[in-house]
Design a protein around this ligand. Structure first.
Ligand code: PMV
Length: 322
């Protein structure tokens, strides 16, 4: 073999019922079940070329060469693919995001889902979607969910995510209010290890998570945005409360994060259905009905500290592309 190549596209996903913490750090299994929506507005495209002329794996993201920990995580996933294909050839990984990479928006989910699909296809492995999801999960648990489109679940301690429902079952427009530029200070991996080992509220979150997960699943199937939104807000705030209570406390919020929360609640008081969720960063993701999205987007964009708003709809699962 001299060169084999494949390219894949994957969308980011936003968890509505969050996971935060590991049941097994080495195997990267999550301690609670999570449920997400895959979004079309945040897309990663990755080409992987296994090339016998290379002496080490190489990776670039949006034209910038990666090293250190980001490269090590990519190499670890490529190592698993090589093991499955019984080859030792190194690879070149070229990845682009259709959203600004330095914005601090989560790109590991779409990135590792695209990497799992492209690298396994480049070596002709013909993996099922569940196997691709398991491969993606070994690098980043949230990436397991980006392999599938629409609403997706990753049960506690599961190897792979599973599709729950198509996005049409409960149509949502997700508005991402970007409140800061630049990469975040604490990675989600470090943040969750720290919370799990020092926060007295962590065990309460683990105890409550299955209930919120079940409520979210039920709300999706009932087409009930109010119930889904209520569960999503509680899941996000509970996760952040456990971080606040860590020692030292971990705060991902920026001042504008709270302003957007307040704006969303004011919208609701005025009769518009809008609900927020927040990941390990300062941005606020707002769930709204498609017919209200333009108005909600305008109000979010006018909120002090909001730099821009990214609008997305439910998106597809991972796809190979020419
Ligand atoms: O698996 P990671 O390292 O991408 O962590 C994801 C953590 C959250 O986004 C905060 C929650 C989630 O379930 O996606």
């Amino acid at each position: 073999m001299s060169q084999t190549t494949a390219r894949a596209r994957a969308c980011a996903n936003i968890a509505l019922a969050k996971y935060w913490g590991k049941a097994d750090e080495r195997l990267n299994l999550t301690i609670v079940p999570s449920l997400s929506l895959t979004l079309d507005g945040l897309l990663t495209t990755t080409r992987v070329t296994f090339d016998s002329a290379l002496t080490a794996d190489e990776a670039e993201l949006d034209g910038a060469r990666l090293g250190g920990r980001p490269l090590a995580r990519i190499t670890a996933l490529l190592g698993r693919v090589r093991e499955l294909a019984k080859v030792t050839t190194h690879a070149r990984v070229e990845s682009t995001n259709d959203f600004p990479t330095a914005s601090g928006l989560a790109s590991s989910a779409s990135g590792f889902a695209a990497l799992a699909a492209a690298s396994s296809a480049a070596l002709g492995l013909g993996l099922s979607l569940a196997e691709q999801s398991s491969l993606a999960r070994s690098a980043s648990a949230s990436a397991a969910r980006s392999v599938f489109g629409g609403y997706v679940a990753l049960p506690a301690r599961a190897e792979a995510a599973e599709p729950v429902a198509s996005g049409d079952v409960l149509p949502i427009t997700m508005l991402v209010a970007v409140t800061a530029e630049g990469p975040k200070g604490t990675t989600s991996t470090d943040g969750m290890t720290h919370t799990q080992s020092t926060s007295p509220y962590f065990s309460a979150c683990v105890e409550q998570a299955p209930k919120l997960y079940t409520e979210s699943r039920r709300a999706i199937w009932a087409g009930d945005l109010e119930a889904l939104g209520a569960a999503a807000e509680q899941s996000a705030l509970m996760m952040h409360a456990s971080m606040f209570a860590a020692n030292p406390g971990l705060i991902y919020f920026a001042p504008a994060t709270l302003r957007v929360i307040e704006r969303v609640r004011a919208l609701r008081r005025a009769g518009t259905l809008a609900y927020f969720t927040i990941d390990a960063g300062p941005h606020v993701k707002v769930l709204s009905r498609p017919q209200d999205a333009v108005r909600v987007e305008e109000l979010l964009a006018q909120t002090e500290g909001v730099m821009r708003v990214i609008r997305s709809q439910p998106g597809p699962g991972v796809e190979l592309s020419p």
